[in-house]
Design a protein around this ligand. Structure first.
Ligand SMILES: [Zn+2]
Length: 377
């Protein structure tokens, strides 16, 4: 065992207690910049802040020469955490870390950052040769992968990498779905609901009929759909003139994603087109404005790809067995893969993330560091 568990615990606690909600990663970035500069790294912050609205850019940390001739590899963690994230205080009971209860802990994703710091400290301290390594710390992952989407992939030297950003132990995420967000805006006609309802077209009624016909939830083995937000209407005594329905569709296969979205669109379109004014009283017709926004692209890694072979070999050297799984959500790794960089996601041991009950066990975090160390050596 080469990783210093207590030092890892200290740096992890320090990181968690530097608040970093999305768009406010600046203090963590400054901490990392100074820490890695002191360790002799090339540190560079990009100019993505103007696009993301964060108080800092993505941070690139390079250790180009560790004395070992190996293919370069990058590791990625996001610096932001979900809310509530103000005034984080870490509680430690034995091996288990949690927050004191009123905020998240932030092990998502600071466990990964702490592991990366400890790996480099260990390599340097014990003079262990390692191959070229890049650490990429992104902003605004939790609010739509904004940081990674704004970074310039040509500034990354390595062709393969790992995002340390999954719960579980010894888990490798090899696939994640693509996701698209949809909005269906229906326009009807407003009228007084008591005096002249026959002159109106209820946008809410049309939307409700469409939604009732949609196939939602799990659509097949690898696809899901959800309507998550409805906004519309102004008062109970007014026939609602407009309603906007927000939803999403995810699939591990792009053609299915497109197919399901077309299906949803046609259901809304049919309800709008099928509206009839039997008594010819209404002055107008309803209309639909349907939009699709690409949230993130699909990620699918081959068992024979360089990125999977390298982590498999590293785990073998530690006599650890890896679990290869497919995720249900998107993360920075989806975007790295879309840049043409093979990027798998590794577990860090974090648990019950995105809640104030989030925990992590020190030995699990150290296991992540062991694996990273094996990958670079
Ligand atoms: Zn995360």
């Amino acid at each position: 065992m080469t990783i210093d568990h207590e030092r890892l615990a200290t740096v992890f606690t320090t990181l968690c207690e530097i608040d970093s909600p999305p768009k406010q990663e600046g203090r963590v970035a400054a901490y990392l910049r100074s820490l890695f500069t002191d360790m002799g790294a090339e540190v560079h912050e990009d100019d993505s802040a103007s696009q993301t609205g964060s108080d800092c850019g993505n941070l690139f940390v390079r250790f180009p020469d560790g004395g070992l001739d190996k293919d370069p590899v990058f590791f990625n963690c996001h610096m932001d955490t979900v809310l509530p994230a103000t005034g984080v205080k870490v509680k430690r009971e034995g091996e288990i870390f949690s927050s004191v209860g009123d905020t998240v802990l932030g092990s998502d994703d600071k466990a990964g950052i702490a592991a990366l710091i400890e790996v480099m400290r260990t390599l340097q301290e014990k003079n262990i040769p390692y191959g070229p390594v890049e650490y990429i710390f992104t902003t605004c992952e939790e609010i739509g992968l904004l940081g990674v989407k704004a970074l310039d992939p040509s500034s990354i030297k390595a062709k393969i990498g790992y995002a340390l950003d999954s719960s579980g132990i010894n888990r490798v995420i090899v696939g994640a779905p693509a996701a698209n967000r949809i909005t269906a805006k229906i326009k009807g006609i407003a009228a007084h609901a008591g005096l002249s309802p026959e002159k109106g077209i209820s946008a809410i009624h049309l939307a409700a009929k469409a939604i009732a016909r949609l196939k939602l939830g799990k659509l097949d083995r690898e696809s899901t759909a959800n309507i998550g937000l409805i906004e519309g209407g102004t008062a109970t005594n007014i026939i609602p003139e407009s309603v906007t329905v927000h939803g999403e569709v995810r699939s591990h296969t792009l053609s299915k994603l497109e197919e399901y979205i077309q299906e949803i669109k046609s259901v809304f379109q049919e309800e709008v087109d099928n509206w009839t004014d039997t008594e010819s009283i209404v002055d107008g017709k309803p209309s639909l404005d349907f939009r699709v926004i690409e949230d993130y692209p699909v990620m699918k890694l081959d068992k024979e790809s360089a990125v999977i072979k390298r982590v498999e070999e590293a785990a073998g050297s530690l006599a650890e067995e890896l679990d290869y799984v497919v995720a249900g959500g998107g993360s920075d790794a989806n975007i790295f893969n879309s840049f043409g960089l093979q990027c798998a996601i590794l577990s860090t041991g974090m648990d019950k993330v995105h809640s104030t009950r989030e925990t992590i066990k020190l030995s699990d975090m150290a296991l992540t560091a062991d694996l990273v160390l094996a990958i670079v050596t």
